[in-house]
Each structure stands twice: as structure tokens, then as C-alpha cells.
Write a protein that binds this ligand. Structure first.
Ligand SMILES: [Zn+2]
Ligand SMILES: [Zn+2]
Length: 227
């Protein structure tokens, strides 16, 4: 898939506003969960009340906003984004997250985050890839909603083992102490940005750290939420 300036990334139709990156038709066609829990983002009966899982074991964040499940076309665009640092694509993907958040905000009270931060990659992995995709998104999102972007807010102090080979409890153990918070977040509303949230153990560990440091609330913003 090659980018064409001023055209929709998906259908290649010319766009009225080229910075949007996606036409309104393709935007409406994006797959969405019919109803997802506003707190954990997993399929649920009601999209305004938290689900039974969250009532029994609340995740350490207060809200999760996402665009779609990990499926085409977003999964394909994300691969393109990760392996070719395409700025035009990052603008479009950040805009999709922001549109989802605005939409969610109409349904329920969501604080505008004072600080936006990205899930950090370990230095070695960032060096290998050349950039952190969540950082690019967080930077654009902060610009889009007038929040403070804090690129140095979190530091990954341990690389940890590859997460997807581990069970849920082993993931949590693997991540314990993996991040360090470098800024004062007392009384501030925070949004943590990642491209994909799967089990939620990484954003969960970061949210725990932020809440323990006195953050007023933590929202997780991502492009794709998977089971
Ligand atoms: Zn299109
Ligand atoms: Zn839930």
C-alpha cells in the first residue's frame, strides 16, 4: 500500500481535507465493536456502564478508548506504520483515536487529560526500530486536544521477556518494576497511549504506577483493543 498525497489511505479517493488521511465513507466502514465496556474495552451488553468483569476486578485505569478490534484495515495500516515511519499515516491514526475519544465523551463524562504519555519501548527495541510508534501518536494526540505531551514521563527500566508467550499472571510478574515514572502527576488527569492493547497488563502496570503516584485518573487510549 503506497501513500498518495491528498488521497484516502484505504480507497485512494481524493480527499477534500488531505490531512484527514481517510474519507468519510471508509471511516464509517471501519469495524467497531457493537458494544464495549467503557472501562476495559471488551465486548459487553452496555456501553455506558462497566461490565461484570470490571465490577468484580476493576482494572487500574478508569476508562479505555479505542477505534476497533485488531483486524483489517487498521491492523494492516498499523503494520505499515510500524515498519515505515510514515508521518502522514500517524496523523490519520491519531485522528481516529481522537474521534473515538470525542465520541465516547458524548456518551459519558471523561476528563480532558492534562498530560498525555506513551507506553515506552525499551531503549534496545526503540533503537532497533528507530522510533516508538506510541510516542508519535501521543505527540499528535496532545496537540489535538491541547494537553501537555510528556515524552520523558515514563522510562522502561527493564526489557522483560517477550510478553505474548506468557500467561496473564506471568505477564504481570514480568512487568513488575519494569517502568519508572519521571514526572509529578499528583492531582492530574492522565491519558496513556499505545497502538494495541491486548491483555492490558502493560497499560495496567503503568496505570497502577500513576495512581500510586497520586494521579487523579488514568485513561488508556489505543487504536486496537483485542481479547
Ligand atoms: Zn476512502
Ligand atoms: Zn469491563
Amino acid at each position: 500500500m503506497l501513500p498518495m498525497p491528498g488521497c484516502c489511505w484505504l480507497c485512494l479517493m481524493p480527499l477534500a481535507l488531505h490531512q484527514h488521511g481517510i474519507c468519510s465513507f471508509c471511516y464509517r466502514q471501519l469495524p467497531r465493536h457493537p458494544a464495549a465496556c467503557p472501562r476495559c474495552g471488551l465486548p459487553a451488553v452496555c456501553r455506558t456502564e462497566q461490565c461484570g468483569r470490571c465490577l468484580r476486578r476493576p482494572p487500574p485505569w478508569q476508562a479505555l478508548c479505542f477505534v476497533s478490534g485488531y483486524q483489517p484495515p487498521l491492523s494492516l495500516l498499523l503494520t505499515q506504520f510500524k515498519f515505515h515511519r510514515t508521518t502522514a499515516l500517524s496523523v490519520m491514526l491519531a485522528r481516529l483515536i481522537l474521534l473515538s475519544w470525542w465520541h465516547e465523551r458524548r456518551l459519558r463524562p471523561l476528563a480532558r487529560p492534562a498530560i498525555i504519555m506513551a507506553v515506552p519501548l525499551h531503549q534496545r527495541r526503540a533503537w532497533r526500530r528507530g522510533f516508538n510508534q506510541a510516542d508519535l501518536l501521543a505527540h499528535l494526540l496532545a496537540h489535538g486536544c491541547g494537553s501537555d505531551y510528556q515524552p520523558q514521563a515514563l522510562r522502561r527500566v527493564r526489557a522483560g521477556n517477550v510478553q505474548h508467550q506468557l500467561s496473564a499472571s506471568a505477564r504481570r510478574k514480568n512487568l513488575r518494576g519494569a517502568f519508572r515514572l519521571e514526572i509529578d502527576v499528583r492531582g492530574r488527569h492522565i491519558a496513556v497511549v499505545d497502538d494495541v492493547v491486548t491483555t492490558g497488563s502493560t497499560v495496567g502496570e503503568i496505570s497502577r504506577l500513576l495512581m500510586a503516584a497520586g494521579a487523579a485518573s488514568v485513561q488508556v487510549w489505543c487504536l486496537c483493543r483485542t481479547l
